[in-house]
Each structure stands twice: as C-alpha cells, then as structure tokens.
Write a protein that binds this ligand. Structure first.
Ligand code: ADP
Ligand code: ZN
Length: 292
C-alpha cells in the first residue's frame, strides 16, 4: 500500500503526518504557524527521508486550488500576516519531487469523511467546520466540488434570530454566517468565550438557529447524502439535537426523504475521524492525486 504525506496547514498550527492510502495514520507532528520561512523549514525537515509517494495539503484559505489557474498553489487573500499571496505548492515543489494535491482544509476533511469516515459508502457529503471561522466543503460522486475557485459556504447570509442585536464580526460581510455564528462571534456577542458558556445558556439555541438556516440552504442547493459538523464550537454536543430539530422545522416536511424527517439524527452527524480529521483530510487529498 502506498505511503502518503499530509500537511494540515492551519492558521495557528501546522500538522504534518504520514499514512497509508486506506487512511491509516502512522505518524504525526505539529508546530505553530509563524512565518512561511520558519514554518516551511520545519515541514521540509519532517518529510526529509520519509519514503512517501505523494503529498496532500489541506490549507486555511482562501486559496487557489484550481490546477489550470495562473495562481494555482497560492494562499491568496488571507489577512494572516506573511501568508497572503504565498505560493505554498511552489515552495514544496522546489524541495520535494512528488505529486502534490492542494485544497482547502474543509474540502480535505469532506473527502476523508467520504472515503473513510461518516459518509463512507455514500455518493456525496458536506463537511462544515465551526471554529475560528466557518467553512464547508462538499464531495459529490467522489469529486470535491470546485468552480471558479473553492466554494465559500461559511459566508452566506442567514435569517437573523429575533432579538439578536449583534452586528456580526465578519470583516467582509458583517452579519454573514461566519460573522454571526463562529466561535469569535459567540464570544463577542455574549462577552464570554464560547468555551465557558454553560450548556443551557441561550447562546446555544441561537447558534442552532443560525447553523440550521445554513444547513437548510445547503440541503436545498446541493442535497448532500450526509452533513458532517466539526470544529471547536461543535464540541458543544448539545448543539446537535438543537440543530437537527431546527432544520426539521425549517424544512417543514417539504422534502419527503426520511433522512430529513424521522431519521435526521443519521443525517446531521459529528465527524468520524475525530481529532485526526484535518490530517486525514490532507492524506485523502494525497491519495486522490495518486489515482489520477
Ligand atoms: P480553528 O478554527 O482555529 O482551526 P477550532 O475548530 O478549535 O480551531 O476553533 C476554535 C474556536 O472554537 C474558538 O473560537 C473557540 O471559542 C471555539 N471552541 C473551541 N472549543 C470549544 C468548546 N469546547 N466549546 C465551545 N467553543 C469552542
Ligand atoms: Zn463573511
């Protein structure tokens, strides 16, 4: 079986690891994201001498993952200092003569859950993370959904919760989904970190409202076979039943499928790959690039 490398390029830390094309991870390490020079030196040191056949990068974004584009391989408009317009694929190509797959962290996670996790055996799935930001990726028929670039499903507008006066914290759109429902949005609205809010705090019903609206839009536009919800905020397990109930209520029986009605607990689910989801995503991307 082929041995593959994965890089989960996150805004706060990079996770590098190796695993097999069946998703089994055999080694991993991580280090803080500082400057490209410093961080990439650590990446190269990690992979030196490891006999991998391809490498996958699941990156924070926005990025250019379109192979035919002149900007392919770049982290593009990120506000993160030093990383804007950084050619991460080019930097790796210079050092490691290997096939490279490059996509967003959430597209990688969606692919890993599709191949090995909660959506194994299904035809499509959508993975959404609710953390420092909100992002989602979709796989349909084994292919990651791309268009002009990658989708940006975290920045859709959602109906405001009655009584919510929070203006939203997305620097681009104010009260888009990310601006209203990311971890920092919850912290700013309630003036207390999301981690510290009690399980019965009203924040969670409001959070479920926003996330269920987003899920409704994804269901109506894409009709994925399963929706997998990860990221730090979803560690609040009480959100799952709240979101499922709200989604069911919003859809109002319009779509007759049992998974959107009495089986909705099997439709909106946590990730199966747990804390390895990001790295597994990068390795899943690498495995796809070997298939081509
Ligand atoms: P990142 O998005 O940076 O990759 P995470 O997915 O862990 O990392 O998201 C971090 C965000 O998630 C923070 O804003 C934090 O407030 C929130 N968060 C982390 N853990 C929890 C938790 N147990 N409960 C609620 N919110 C959490
Ligand atoms: Zn936005």
């Amino acid at each position: 079986m082929k041995l593959l490398g994965g890089i989960e390029a996150g805004g706060t830390k990079f996770v590098c690891g190796i695993g097999y094309e069946d998703g089994k991870i055999i080694d991993r390490t991580s280090f803080p994201t500082t400057t490209p020079k410093e961080t990439m030196t650590q990446v190269f040191q990690y992979f030196e001498g490891k006999s991998i056949e391809a490498i996958g990068i699941g990156s924070f974004g926005p990025i250019d993952p379109i192979a035919s584009s002149s900007g392919y391989g770049f982290i593009t408009t990120t506000p993160k200092p030093h990383w804007g317009q950084y050619n991460i694929v080019g930097a790796i190509q210079e050092r490691l003569a290997l096939p490279i797959a490059f996509d967003t962290d959430v597209n990688g996670a969606a692919l890993a859950e599709y191949k090995w996790g909660a959506a194994k055996g299904l035809d499509s799935c959508l993975y959404i993370t609710i953390g420092t930001g909100i992002g989602a990726g979709a796989v349909v028929g084994g292919e990651i959904v791309h268009g002009l670039s990658h989708p940006e499903m975290g920045h859709i507008y959602v109906r405001r919760f009655s009584d919510d006066t929070f203006k939203g914290c997305c620097p681009y759109h104010g009260d888009c989904l990310e601006g209203m429902a990311s971890g920092p949005a919850i912290g700013a609205r309630w003036r207390k970190s999301a981690v510290e809010l009690g399980k019965d705090h009203p924040a969670w019903a409001m959070e479920a409202h926003y996330l269920a609206h987003a899920l409704m839009n994804y269901v109506l536009i894409l009709a994925p076979h399963k929706i997998i919800m990860g990221g730090g905020v979803m560690k609040q397990g009480q959100l799952f039943p709240l979101i499922r109930n709200k989604l069911h209520e919003l859809l109002n029986g319009y779509i007759a499928h049992p998974l959107l009605n009495n089986e909705i607990h099997n439709y909106v689910v946590p990730p199966n790959l747990g804390d390895n989801a990001g790295l597994a995503g990068a390795i899943a991307l690498a495995s796809n690039c070997c298939d081509d």
